[in-house]
Design a protein around this ligand. Structure first.
Ligand code: MN
Length: 520
């Protein structure tokens, strides 16, 4: 609105310049002034009178808070920006890229932005919360009362000057956070931020005249004046914008994109991610399973309750029996290919790429949520056998892995013959083999005339985790099997464990040391 008006003024000045040659210099000066005025951050009008929020705050505080504190932030911000070369930005853009600016801009831009929001978040009219924001609060907190309780508790716990916020995180969850000083959750320097929907000023200047040391009372009364209509608008505009972005993503990806594939270093990183943060792995598994079910409904078979050991999954797709696609949900290379191809796209759209930071489990999970959302969104495109280069690349990898697995099992059979000192070791394996499907049997070892079953897994290394237990790292997709033995194999070692006290911890196998039979 403001921009339009100023543009019109510039135009007017422009036409005057054209009409009156002699006044040219003076008018150019005026034009400059208007432009510099346009670049200034404006002051938000208070949408009610100082005395209209008395249920919450007294007129004197409102007056000082608005006229002295808030206007002070805006003035100081504009002064600081004058010195800045690149000052043609709106306030929200400055906040989002605050790391580029100095401390003075950070404090005053925060103060200007926070208060501009805060005024609109209050209303003299008593309002009941309703609409999409209420649904979302119930979804994420259980009840509105529970949300209110948590918000009040969090605000009360905050020490010193700052703000308490309800934010919408990048993974589309509501969260209550506090920020120190005039920091805003949108600032790129704020860890665990988000898009602010509701904020409460916890600076003494906001309440001290009326409440003095009774800050808790100020915090509780805040809910008498919340402008839920505004909060709801903030929330829906954010989600609508997101929907539009998703629409765009869908359009672009349908044009087709070649696959980036994946290198060994990256695959190792994913392996590490899966074994150190099993939550991420389970989220990926569940995502892929749901997608498979919805993309290939005619090939999807549910687990048969009456058939012991039966597994749900994709069958008779292309080849008879259990499809290699069922391994996608636990395959590091597939994860990596999907991630790379998606990131190429995100980058081309100047969107934030999905990156799993090492050693930060919470951020990793946040990124996994984003990954999962994009996969769902793009499932019909990514998992289209005819047109998707990504899926073709994944299938190639899965088949390779499967063949390698076959070869590994062949090699393991030779090792097992040595370990048990018998020739009666027989490989079962292979996709679609009934016995393999039912109970995870890869090999049968006949010992003293008794058929014993074994599951064969690749692994990286083992480590003692206590005097009595050993952990096996790097085994793909650990789960419980009903076999007599679990055999681990890598190019330099084969280890056999009895499968009677097997545990899975943090996505890795753990065995009592005395379950180890032999290794070569
Ligand atoms: Mn304030």
């Amino acid at each position: 609105m403001k921009l339009k008006k100023l543009e019109a003024e510039i135009e007017e000045v422009q036409s005057l310049i054209e009409g009156t040659e002699n006044k040219k210099e003076q008018l150019q000066e005026e034009q400059k002034e208007i432009i510099s005025e346009m670049k200034k951050i404006g002051i938000e009008k208070l949408p009610y009178s100082y005395s209209s929020l008395q249920r919450f705050i007294d007129p004197k505080t409102m007056n000082i808070h608005y006229n002295k504190h808030y206007k002070g932030y805006v003035d100081k911000l504009n002064k600081a920006l004058e010195k800045q070369k690149d000052n043609d930005l709106d306030l929200e853009e400055i906040i989002k890229s605050i790391s580029r600016f100095n401390k003075t801009v950070r404090n005053n831009a925060g103060g200007a932005f926070n208060h501009a929001l805060f005024w609109k978040m209050l209303t003299p009219k008593r309002q009941k919360i309703k609409g999409e924001i209420l649904d979302k609060i119930i979804k994420d907190f259980g009840t509105y009362e529970e949300f209110k309780k948590q918000f009040i508790e969090r605000a009360k716990l905050n020490f010193g000057s700052g703000w308490c916020w309800l934010v919408l995180t990048k993974s589309n969850r509501l969260k209550i956070v506090t920020t120190p000083n005039q920091d805003n959750p949108l600032m790129n320097i704020v860890k665990d931020g988000g898009y602010p929907l509701l904020g409460l000023d916890l600076w003494e200047h906001a309440y001290y005249l009326r409440y003095q040391n009774k800050r808790d009372e100020y915090i509780e009364k805040f809910f008498l004046v919340v402008n839920w209509e505004f909060v709801n608008t903030l929330y829906t505009s954010k989600t609508e914008k997101k929907l539009k972005e998703e629409e765009l993503v869908r359009e672009i990806l349908s044009e087709g994109q070649k696959s980036m594939g994946c290198n060994t270093t990256q695959v190792k990183e994913i392996n590490r991610l899966f074994s150190t943060n099993p939550q991420v792995k389970y989220k990926f598994m569940n995502t892929i399973n749901s997608i498979m079910k919805s993309v290939f409904p005619e090939y999807w078979k549910e687990k048969d309750e009456y058939e012991p050991g039966s597994m749900s999954g994709i069958y008779d797709y292309g080849t008879k029996g259990r499809s290699v696609l069922n391994k996608l949900n636990t395959n590091y290379s597939s994860f990596c290919i999907l991630l790379n191809d998606l990131n190429v796209f995100l980058k081309s759209k100047e969107k934030e790429q999905i990156i799993f930071p090492p050693n930060d489990k919470e951020k990793q999970m946040e990124q996994m949520e984003r990954f999962s959302n994009y996969l769902f969104l793009l499932k019909d495109r990514i998992f289209n056998m005819e047109t998707s280069k990504t899926l073709q690349e994944i299938l190639k990898k899965l088949k390779e892995t499967d063949e390698r697995g076959e070869r590994r099992e062949d090699a393991t059979v030779i090792e097992l013959k040595k370990i048990f000192n018998t020739d009666k070791v027989e490989k079962i394996g292979g996709l679609g083999n009934e016995e393999d499907m039912i109970s995870g049997v890869d090999a049968i070892i006949e010992l003293d005339g008794v058929r014993k079953t074994a599951q064969i897994k690749p692994f990286s290394y083992t480590k003692d985790i206590s005097d009595s237990e050993v952990m096996v790292f790097g085994a793909s997709a650990p789960k419980k099997y009903k076999t007599d033995f679990i055999v681990f194999n890598n190019p330099s070692k084969t280890i056999v464990f009895k499968n009677n006290a097997t545990k899975i911890l943090d996505g890795n196998y753990v065995f009592p040391k005395d379950s180890e039979i032999k290794s070569v």
